[in-house]
Design a protein around this ligand. Structure first.
Ligand code: NAI
Length: 339
């Protein structure tokens, strides 16, 4: 196949990053269309994406025969219906995580995707494309540290005093669906997709009490037990003082692997009267910038060369199912059974 013509939907915080990657960095891809309901965002597209057709609605973009694949970087509540619309229009589709905020919508997407086996559909769990996580996965596969039995993983954001996420919270599904969904996918991937049994969670609002209005917390912890006896512990936070810290530890019979134990921004250590320290990455994009490029490249290559995708829609459905159970446990203060 010649270059893959792509349309992007959503030009917000992350959509603009994807758009620039597609414009500049993804081999075999050509960004031909962009969609946003907001004039301001289409104005950005006019400046930054010259030659790209601009649309106010997904429907208008899907009517363009030139568009072969769509990148959806829109609010989570829209993902399921928009993926379905893309598939029915005959377009391959990449969608940001999570797939949906309820399992029924995930299953609807899976059912429609099954009607279009010639089209690729993938949900963006970007950490699977990060070089360090890939290295850890290979080392586990090789048995370097023996049999993994526990994964402890956290997604902790720098405290944002402007409270962007407080506005975002009602539509994000809560801290576990928004942040820990990545850790949940990692747990499944790195522990070999075991069957989840039960979940428990709790949380607190340390700095942002307004989150309680929508049943959310700014710091949450959760435990997940799998049928084969493996365990996962998750921590999600919106209130870190030092930067963005994604840290994953895999405990195994002959050792432990850690990814991101020091969220260093670079390799400079500062030694002075305060001690020895380093600067930290400030947000998820700084941490995963290269992984977003590898993820998009993987999707484009899979479409162009008809290769299998690294993860399935069923993986994304399972992440949502577990994320919902944890969220339910947080709200009910009860253990939630998953089997
Ligand atoms: P955002 O609010 O900054 O952007 C959302 C975009 O969707 C805006 O451009 C908005 O105009 C557009 N939009 C809204 N309604 C629309 C409609 N009906 N049709 C077309 N476009 C519409 O949100 P952000 O932070 O960019 O997040 C977008 C998605 O990316 C979310 O699902 C989020 O969970 C995911 N995300 C994933 C991350 C990762 O690590 N993989 C990190 C951050 C976000």
């Amino acid at each position: 196949m010649s270059e893959l013509n792509i349309g992007i939907v959503g030009l917000g915080r992350l959509g603009r990053r994807h758009a620039l990657n597609l414009r500049d960095r993804i081999r075999g891809a050509q960004l031909v269309a962009a969609c946003s309901p907001l004039d301001e965002e289409l104005g950005w597209a006019a400046e930054q994406l010259p030659g790209v057709h601009r649309h106010h609605t997904l429907e208008a973009m899907l009517a363009e025969p030139d568009v072969q694949a769509v990148f959806l970087v829109t609010p989570t509540a829209l993902h399921a219906e928009q993926i379905i619309a893309c598939l029915r229009a005959g377009k391959h589709v990449f969608c940001e995580k999570p797939l949906a905020l309820n399992v029924e919508d995930c299953q609807k997407v899976e059912a429609v995707a099954a009607d279009y086996p010639q089209l690729k559909a993938m949900v963006g769990f970007v950490r699977r494309f990060d070089a360090s996580y890939q290295d850890a996965a290979e080392k586990l596969q090789q048995g370097l540290v023996g049999q993994a039995y526990l994964l402890r993983s956290q997604t902790c954001d720098l405290n944002d005093e402007n409270g962007f996420f407080v506005k975002f919270a009602p539509s994000s599904g809560g801290i576990f669906m928004d942040c820990s969904i990545h850790d949940i996918d990692l747990a499944r991937w790195l522990l070999g997709s075991p069957k989840p049994l039960r979940a428990w969670a709790t949380g607190t609002n340390a700095l942002h009490p307004a989150l309680a209005d929508c049943g959310d917390v700014d710091n949450g912890v959760a435990m997940l037990e799998f049928a084969d006896g493996k365990l996962a512990c998750f921590y999600a936070s919106r209130t870190q003082a030092h930067g963005h810290e994604t840290l994953t530890e895999i405990f195994a019979s002959a050792g432990r692997l850690s990814v991101g134990a020091n969220p260093r921004a670079n390799r400079v250590d500062i030694s002075d009267a305060h001690g020895v320290r380093n600067e930290c990455v400030q947000d998820f994009y700084q941490r995963f910038a290269e992984a977003f490029v590898s993820e998009a490249q993987h999707f484009v290559d899979a479409v162009r060369h008809d290769q299998p995708l690294a993860l399935s829609l069923a993986d994304a459905t399972e992440a949502t199912r577990i994320g919902l159970a944890i969220t339910q446990a947080l709200r009910s203060k009860q253990v939630v059974e998953l089997c």
